[in-house]
Design a protein around this ligand. Structure first.
Ligand code: FES
Length: 103
């Protein structure tokens, strides 16, 4: 695994998904409070991009059919999604957002 710089930490607004490219994979980085999480930018129900999704209480809500996912674990919390989102470790270093890319 390797840490990929996906942008400035100043790009992260509270509960607003930030779209990033993780070595060709579309991911979203989301700050909720003191936490920062990264998940795949693709709903597991029917492939809807989640870039325009709303975020509430560290959960991301698919704009298409309303499935909710936990940003901490990726777990699908409500139908019609049942499969989790992939999650990636994130760290902030020297004002940059680093996401851990799988090999
Ligand atoms: S595509 Fe996301 S809930 Fe259906």
């Amino acid at each position: 695994m390797s840490w990929i710089d996906v942008g400035a930490a100043s790009n992260l607004a509270e509960e607003v998904p930030f779209a990033a490219d993780l070595q060709g994979r579309a991911v979203l980085v989301v700050r909720c409070g003191a936490e920062v999480h990264a998940v795949d930018d693709l709903c597991t129900h029917d492939g809807q991009p989640l870039e325009d999704a709303t975020v509430e209480a560290c959960q991301i809500v698919c704009p298409r059919h309303g499935a909710r996912f936990c940003l901490r674990t990726g777990e699908a919390l409500t139908p019609p999604a049942y499969e989790p989102l992939a999650t990636y470790a994130v760290r902030i270093e020297a004002g940059r957002v680093l996401v851990n890319a799988p090999d």
